[in-house]
Design a protein around this ligand. Structure first.
Ligand code: ADP
Length: 484
């Protein structure tokens, strides 16, 4: 999950300490995520909209998270912004907390391990202690805002200890947790020196949601093998003396909105600008954050292999790879950037001609309105992460297509999306020859087959949209009973 941006609106109220403690009221939804989408912020990202809608649909509630501020001497309280029915409750991080909790343990330890990249993880006990302390402090701050009948929904790997810390404060109400990234197999997770503490803490939640059945299977196997949990037939686990419900809730997009964007003026303008450059050549598109989980080097290599081996395709197909850098202060990302520059340079050096460049690699982000137009222009959507919780780009690509002339989605079997998008050309992203073959297959595919595959994919994207994701999670959370 990429956190929504955190532009800040005008503070509508400013409070420290307890505001409504235990005042009985209707059940409010309380969302806790590392980043929030505060008033005035860009809410065009799927998750920001999903959570804002979830809060609004339930008549309002609280959205707690990091303010995005890093202070030399942190304010220990919270700032509260009211935006319609939603109270944003925001806490700052100190410089040390930002380094240990966010850049350190969350991004540099949990992110790689949960994406099956133990080799890239840094195991720093001091960073874990800061991570634990921030979860403790943040949970304490949110606890002060809670009312007896509230329902708490915690998000993602930044807050693995958050539910446990709420319990330590005395919270007895329902807690749901949703993991946006993959949950690795027990053999991988066991490399994490703190895995037992994290598992114990997660067991304090009543409902744990994952993106895929594969993640549910990994978690269930981990809890049974490592901690002697008992798995019931009904999707419940008994672990650490508690009963938890564990289930897959595949996250989605708003496909109707994306199709509208693809029809809009900005989309057409962007597609027109690129279309003039590529003329009538086929376009293959990749859109990602620049992250080592996305399989970008392998993707460029596969495209290079395609051109190396198929002379007839030279001058007839271009790859547009959009990948803005992220978390540049982490060493691995700098190396990735250099590797991509080198690989694109190799392919372009070998194959470019006076009027054609095979790989156009743009290290920046584009507004969704423009992306939608580029997706629609592209004959092939190339989505080949080495591991991904879900991958929304795959769904956006499908939603942006024209029904009478759709493009072909090539999708990594290791993206969560692949579990329900079998009508894509599924590939192993490590298999360079296999991906090159899939691109060739996609370029040669008949209109009839393209339409047939696309219709199946589109039906799935519409069925499991973002509204269904949030409603099914909250329905499940409503049914779990709070501990006595
Ligand atoms: P992740 O959450 O790991 O970044 P997803 O594919 O699930 O991966 O979600 C990425 C979201 O960010 C999508 O909505 C996509 O449109 C957007 N996005 C990804 N890369 C870019 C980019 N280069 N420019 C603009 N938006 C992007």
């Amino acid at each position: 999950m990429q956190g929504p941006s955190a532009a800040r609106g005008r503070p509508l109220s400013f409070r420290h300490g307890r505001s409504h403690l235990w005042a009985s009221d209707v059940s409010r939804l309380i969302v806790a995520s590392n980043r929030t989408a505060t008033p005035g912020a860009d809410r065009s990202g799927g998750l920001a909209v999903a959570l804002a809608d979830a809060l609004t649909e339930r008549g309002g509630g609280v959205w707690f998270g990091w303010s995005g501020e890093v202070l030399d001497h942190g304010s220990r309280g919270v700032r509260i912004f009211a935006d319609g029915d939603i109270d944003f409750v925001l806490a700052d991080l100190t410089r040390d907390e930002h380094a240990g909790y966010y850049l350190g343990y969350a991004n540099d330890t949990l992110w790689p391990v949960f994406h099956y990249r133990v080799d890239l993880a840094h195991f720093d006990e001091a960073a874990f202690e800061v991570y634990a302390a921030v979860n403790r402090r943040f949970a304490g701050l949110l606890f002060q805002q809670l009312r007896r009948d509230d329902i708490v929904w915690i998000h993602d790997y930044h807050f693995l200890l958050f539910g446990h810390e709420l319990r330590n404060n005395g919270w007895r109400g329902p807690i749901g947790f949703f993991l946006h990234i993959p949950f690795p197999p027990p053999e991988v997770l066991a490399a994490l020196p703190q895995h037992q503490r994290l598992a114990r803490a997660l067991a304090d939640c009543d409902l744990i949601g994952f993106q895929t059945k594969r993640d549910v299977g990994n978690f269930t196997r981990y809890m049974t093998e490592e901690h002697g949990a008992e798995a019931g037939e009904d999707g419940h686990l008994r672990a650490f003396g508690r009963k938890l419900r564990v289930e897959a809730f595949p996250i989605g997009i708003d496909p109707a909105e994306f199709a509208r964007l693809a029809d809009g003026a900005e989309a057409r303008e962007a597609a027109g600008r690129l279309g003039r450059l590529i003329e009538n050549r086929a376009l293959v598109i990749g859109v990602d954050r620049m992250d080592y989980s996305k399989g970008l080097p392998q993707r460029l290599e596969a495209f290079g292999r395609l051109l190396d081996e198929h002379e007839g395709l030279r001058g007839r197909v271009s790859l547009l790879q959009i990948a803005p850098p992220s978390r540049e202060n982490v060493h691995a990302y700098r190396e990735l950037r250099e590797e991509l520059d080198r690989l694109a340079g190799r392919v372009n050096g070998d194959h470019s001609d006076l009027d054609w460049v095979p790989i156009r690699y743009l290290a920046r982000g584009y507004p969704r309105e423009q992306l939608a137009g580029l997706y629609r222009l592209a004959r092939v959507g190339l989505v080949t992460p080495l591991h991904d919780g879900m991958n929304l780009v795959a769904k956006e690509y499908v939603a942006a297509q024209q029904p009478e002339d759709p493009g072909v989605l090539i999708l990594s079997e290791f993206a969560g999306a692949a579990e329900r998008m079998e009508a894509a050309l599924l590939v192993n992203p490590h298999d360079i020859g296999g991906v090159a073959g899939a691109i060739r297959h996609a370029l040669e595919m008949s209109l009839e087959e393209r339409i047939e595959r696309w219709q199946a994919l589109d039906a799935e994207v519409r069925r499991n949209d973002v509204a269904r994701w949030r409603r099914s999670f909250l329905d499940a959370l409503d049914t779990v009973r709070a501990p006595a």
